[in-house]
Design a protein around this ligand. Structure first.
Ligand SMILES: Nc1ncnc2c1ncn2[C@@H]1O[C@H](COP(=O)(O)OP(=O)(O)O)[C@@H](O)[C@H]1O
Ligand SMILES: [Mg+2]
Length: 338
């Protein structure tokens, strides 16, 4: 079945969480913005587009100051809101949370040690930022304030690690919770107050934090693999490197059982331009190259292309251009190169 973007949205009435992946610079932000606009202003869903990218890409795409200001209504749209999370704030907050957990643990275990080295070990691993970002994202989703969420994701490798982390993190948490439960019950048992065991377990702040975090990760993982509610889209240009990137990315995402929404091919030289008489050698070359790559995309990912977004005369900046992307997303698709 060859579904267009519009078909795909139509057959998924419960679709609520959309993610965008692809190589840097291929147009993830503008495609995510176009999809968000489609959901908010054409389908009338209260939609949030959010980014954790340190580059202020949403602010730039919408031509509006969004970064670090919390949830902002997008000017010129009916039902669209934007959020650019300052990741350094998240990391700071998350680091403090871990410090508190380590302190509590040392206190409970009666270990008179400086917590800082432990905090450092826990927070200077390469996946720390991703975990912090993941937590941030979950907090946002759990609030359920919007009908639809569009995530303009960080680059491919980040997202991959993020997904991998959610599994590993969960395993780690299960273990932590179990060992805390055991440690606690020994302590409480020693106090000969068996009736107090459950009460004590519930009072342990470290355990409470761990359980809450674990609940969150569980909700998050369930949500990420839910075929009705979630879809990952991949954005590529008709060029070798971005195609190789999404091929890898699609493999990863499928390995984690994350539902794929399909591919959006961006920056396609418009058909009218391809048909001009006597094109310059440069243009003729470009067109030939593009046809080859469109064919390759078609072969590598049969039935997965949802839309072709033309290469515009200018950069995509401002709500007017974003609405144009939303319109082009709905264009009836001729399978070019197919
Ligand atoms: N189809 C297009 N036509 C013209 N300019 C585009 C198109 N798609 C993206 N751009 C421009 O290319 C740059 C990169 O796009 P962006 O969406 O920020 O990429 P990414 O989020 O993948 O890094 C931006 O300046 C954007 O305006
Ligand atoms: Mg971007």
């Amino acid at each position: 079945m060859n579904l267009t973007f519009k078909d795909f949205i139509d057959i998924k009435p419960n679709l609520k969480y959309m993610f965008f992946g692809g190589k840097g610079g291929v147009g993830k932000t503008i495609v995510a913005a176009g999809v968000a606009y489609y959901l908010s202003d054409i389908l009338g869903k209260k939609t949030l587009i959010s980014s954790t990218n340190p580059v202020h890409s949403l602010s730039s795409a919408f031509g509006q100051d969004i970064w670090g200001r919390g949830i902002q209504k997008i000017e010129g749209s009916k039902n669209l809101y934007g959020l650019e999370i300052d990741i350094s704030d998240t990391v700071k907050r998350y680091k403090n949370q871990i410090r508190e957990m380590v302190l509590t643990f040392l206190k409970y275990a009666d270990i008179p040690l400086d917590p800082e080295p432990f905090v450092d070990v826990a927070t200077t691993n390469p996946a720390f930022e991703e975990t912090a970002m993941f937590e941030d994202m979950m907090d946002l989703l759990i609030k359920e304030e919007f009908d639809a969420y569009v995530f303009d994701t960080a680059p491919v490798a980040h997202t991959y690690r993020l997904l991998g982390m959610s599994k590993i993190y969960d395993l780690w948490l299960v273990k932590m919770v179990k060992s805390r439960e055991e440690a606690l019950s020994t302590r409480v048992k020693l106090s000969f107050r068996k009736d107090k065991i459950m009460e004590e377990v519930k009072k342990d702040p470290l355990l409470a934090t761990l359980l809450k975090t674990r609940e969150k990760t569980e909700v998050g993982r369930k949500l990420l693999v839910d075929k009705d509610r979630t879809a990952f889209f991949f954005v590529t240009l008709p060029l070798a490197l971005p195609i190789a990137v999404i091929e890898r990315f699609i493999g990863w995402v499928q390995a984690f059982n994350i539902p794929t929404g399909g591919i959006v091919v961006n920056g396609v030289v418009p058909e009218e331009t391809c048909k001009v008489e006597n094109p310059s050698p440069y243009l003729a070359n470009k067109i030939r190259e593009q046809e080859g790559y469109l064919e390759l995309i078609h072969k590598k990912f049969p039935g997965m292309v949802r839309a072709y977004i033309p290469l515009y005369d200018t950069e995509v900046k401002g709500i007017h251009m974003i609405s144009r992307v939303a319109k082009d997303l709905q264009e009836k698709r001729e399978d070019r190169g197919g």
